[in-house]
Design a protein around this ligand. Structure first.
Ligand code: NAP
Length: 310
């Protein structure tokens, strides 16, 4: 029987996704109809972006799963009209993009590149940066993205610590969990990378108290989510010298308002939520594999725990 798949995202996304999704679904051996509109009662699966106009799932009476196109699910996970499994995006392109962005920004700060890029002023600055092996990096969040970034950074020689909700073993990474584990993970972090999801528990995880646990002069890099950081505490830590710099890709309000103090702060770099993005080609394969699994009665990949919020 034909599987009806609704593509529910901003209309401009349909143009980029239609061909790779159709190809991946065909390669998965599925007999399907893929459209940006369907009578709700005929839909089996929804490929979903949380900023689409679809917010009420109740009319989708034969729905089997909602397949989120994004890694972050904070804008859909609390939706009480959604009763079927929700999966989130884990895909090679998204992961590799994040690894490249994080590695680039870690290296910028580690090597002190700004002094040479911005300081073309005739001064012969001879300070040689330390080796990576002398620059401890901590990553909060040891999920798909945190672990991939840890692998890249340990490959370059950085000593990496990782913190997560549950205990885990990650090759070449000193792992911690729980509140005491957080303090230990922060205490050595010359560079701190945030790759946690936005949940009620992680909101403001970087606040005046936790910022004070970092070594003086630490760098914060946040490609996770804006609400992970207490904005005022971050600015205070930068102004006091507790932090040397913050590179921020995500914000409580996006786009970051033009009058937000982050824009003008000399120790903050703003990037416009571009650390990584779902890539149509590889993401389509993840989606197709999950629909294949659904039809074969196999467990879905990357199912969101609605109680935990990620
Ligand atoms: P993931 O695989 O779900 O990993 C999340 C990690 O956070 C896990 O290690 C989890 O611990 C940990 N965690 C969650 N709640 C915690 C808590 N209360 N205390 C300690 N650790 C906690 O997610 P992912 O694919 O790596 O993505 C991470 C986040 O990156 C996404 O949620 C999204 O917000 C963000 N992101 C940003 C961009 C961008 O362009 N800026 C792009 C993609 C994703 P356990 O391992 O114990 O479960």
């Amino acid at each position: 029987m034909t599987i009806n798949i609704l593509f529910a995202a901003k209309s401009e996304r349909w143009a980029t996704y239609e061909a790779p999704l159709s190809r991946a679904l065909s390669q998965a051996g599925l007999e399907f109809e893929l459209r940006p509109d369907f009578p709700p009662a005929e839909v089996d699966y929804i490929i979903y972006a949380p900023n689409s106009s679809l917010q009420d799932f109740r009319p989708y009476t034969r729905l089997k799963a909602v397949l989120n196109l994004w890694a972050g699910v904070e804008d859909v996970v609390q939706n009480e009209t959604l009763k079927v499994p929700l999966t989130r995006m884990v895909d090679h392109g998204l992961t590799q993009g994040m690894v490249e962005w994080v590695t680039g920004h870690v290296l910028r700060h580690h090597l002190g590149m700004d002094a040479h890029i911005l300081g073309q002023d005739g001064q012969w600055r001879t300070a040689v940066p330390p080796l990576a092996e002398d620059r401890p990096v901590t990553i909060l969040g040891m999920g798909a993205l945190g672990q991939a970034c840890a692998a890249a950074l340990t490959g370059l020689g950085f000593p990496v610590s990782g913190w997560s909700r549950s205990a885990k073993t990650v090759p070449q990474v000193a792992t911690y969990h729980g509140y005491d584990g957080l303090q230990t993970a922060l205490s050595t972090a010359q560079i701190l990378v945030l790759l946690l999801p936005d949940t009620p528990v992680t909101t403001d995880i970087l606040n005046a108290d936790t910022l004070a646990e970092l070594p003086r002069g630490a760098i914060v890099i946040n490609p996770g989510r804006g609400p992970l950081i207490d904005d005022n505490a971050l600015i205070a830590a930068l102004d006091s010298g507790q932090l040397a710099h913050a590179t921020l890709d995500v914000f409580r309000v996006e786009p970051l308002p033009a009058d937000h103090p982050f824009w003008a702060h000399p120790k903050i770099t703003v990037t416009p939520h571009i650390a990584s993005a779902t890539r149509e080609g590889t993401a389509s394969q993840t989606i197709a594999e999950n629909i294949r699994r659904g039809e074969a009665g196999e467990p879905f990949l990357h199912v969101v725990d609605r109680a935990l919020g990620y």
